[in-house]
Design a binder for this molecule. Structure first.
Ligand code: NDP
Length: 385
């Protein structure tokens, strides 16, 4: 029986992960589950799955969690240290699915513990890629990508012969505004931005998909996870979201991974790896799909892509600044404090006025992240004023 923990268990990825685990029945034992403050959902899933430990990151929610778990025998914890303890608790497999850089320390704690750590939470890898990879090398933890594109690349990439790879082709759906003019995007509402045409996801990543910042973060994520230089990672828009990414070899062969646009497919791959497990997904209906389209992404209408590529090329602190400013701008957009087009503008401004040296440990990353958040938040205030 695999002992598994889920960081961010109440979110979209957490829910998909639990769905697979609960369908499987006997193959998994849930060790720790965490949330920020959704006590009702966390307590319900902890009780349902007979978890050993449930933790809320927001300490003010701990007493409600204790009440909800009273008499169940499930331990309750609250606060950021308790999340780290949950991440360190002995288990074989951890899903890292907290949203944003809030997941950095918990992901690192899981990696330092060892075992298999599945990365859905891409922001820490963007901001602190070197630190995370060094921690994995030191502890011997196995990192597996849950992001559908990176999981696709992982399935196609010949890790024994990286020199035979000519390029990685990351596919992008193009998001809900793929065919919109910049003028029309000016008045986009949060409801429109989170309504992704192909995927059902949490609010932050849905907005990132609409600005294409998600693809920019994924570009950096791919450069961290696979030994291929950034200039050989290309992005192509594929609106059907059936081909999840491709790897091209020097002989011209291209391997692609295809599947339904449901995160349970890549998550199942990581849950069973190196074996396979069944999922409830219907087989792909190729005739029904009919055709695969490809387009070049437009960096004029979607400047986030350009900013992310520049941050990857410059390296150092740039990816952490890009990510932190984006987190602040997306939150402000979801709160209706700024417009949709201001998200990328705030990220660009923050990158312009913050240029610290490259971080060499997690504290340095978090200091850069904190300062970038402060600058971006001031810029949000300017927009509102
Ligand atoms: P959700 O917003 O649906 O869920 C986020 C989870 O993180 C919830 O459990 C939430 O708890 C918890 N959380 C939020 N803030 C904090 C905090 N400060 N400290 C600790 N926990 C916190 O996000 P998603 O599931 O959509 O995404 C999770 C990660 O996976 C993101 O990094 C995203 O980019 C990545 N990802 C998501 C995909 C998807 O299909 N959804 C696809 C590929 C990658 P609570 O419910 O209490 O707020």
């Amino acid at each position: 029986m695999k002992r598994v923990s889920i960081l961010g268990a109440t979110g979209s990825i957490g829910t998909s992960t639990l769905d697979l685990i609960e369908r499987d029945g006997d193959g998994f034992q849930i060790v720790a589950v965490t949330a920020n403050c959704d006590v009702e959902r966390l307590a319900a899933l902890a009780i349902r799955t007979r978890a050993e430990l449930a933790v809320v990151a927001d300490e003010t929610c701990l007493s409600a969690l204790r009440d909800a778990l009273q008499g169940t025998g499930i331990e309750a914890g609250g606060g950021s240290e308790a999340v780290l303890d949950a991440a360190r608790r002995d288990c074989d497999w951890t899903m890292s699915a907290i949203v944003g850089c809030a997941g950095l320390r918990p992901t690192l704690a899981a990696i330092e513990r060892g075992g298999t750590v599945v990365i859905a939470n891409k922001e820490p890898l963007v901001s602190a890629g070197e630190v995370i990879l060094a921690a994995a090398r030191q502890s011997g933890a196995t990192l597996l990508p849950a992001d559908s594109e990176h999981n696709a690349i992982f399935q196609c990439f010949d890790a024994q012969r990286p020199g035979t790879v000519r390029r990685i082709i990351l596919t992008a759906s193009g998001g809900p505004f793929r065919q919109w003019t910049a003028e029309r995007m000016r008045d986009v509402t949060p409801e429109q931005a989170v309504a992704h045409p192909n995927w059902s996801m949490g609010a932050k990543i849905s907005v990132d998909s609409a600005t294409l910042m998600n693809k920019g973060l994924e570009l950096i994520e791919a450069a961290r996870l696979f030994p291929v230089p950034g200039e050989r990672i290309e992005i192509v828009v594929h609106p059907q979201s059936v081909i999840h990414s491709m790897v091209e070899y020097v002989d011209g062969s291209i391997l692609a991974q295809l599947g339904p646009s449901d995160m349970r497919v890549p998550i199942a791959h990581t849950l069973a790896w190196p074996e396979r497990m069944a999922t409830p997904m219907q087989p792909l209906d190729f005739v029904g799909i009919g055709r695969f389209d490809f387009e070049e992404p437009d960096p004029q209408r979607f400047p986030a892509l350009r900013l992310a590529r520049q941050a990857l090329e410059a390296g150092g602190a740039r990816p952490a600044i890009l990510n932190a400013a984006n987190e602040i701008a997306v939150a402000a957009f979801l709160e209706r404090r700024i417009g949709f087009l201001e998200i990328a503008a705030i990220v660009a401004d923050t990158l312009d006025c913050h240029d610290p040296p490259a971080p060499d440990d997690v504290d340095a990353v978090l200091a850069i992240d904190g300062e970038a958040r402060r600058i971006a938040a001031a810029r949000v205030k300017d927009c509102v004023a």
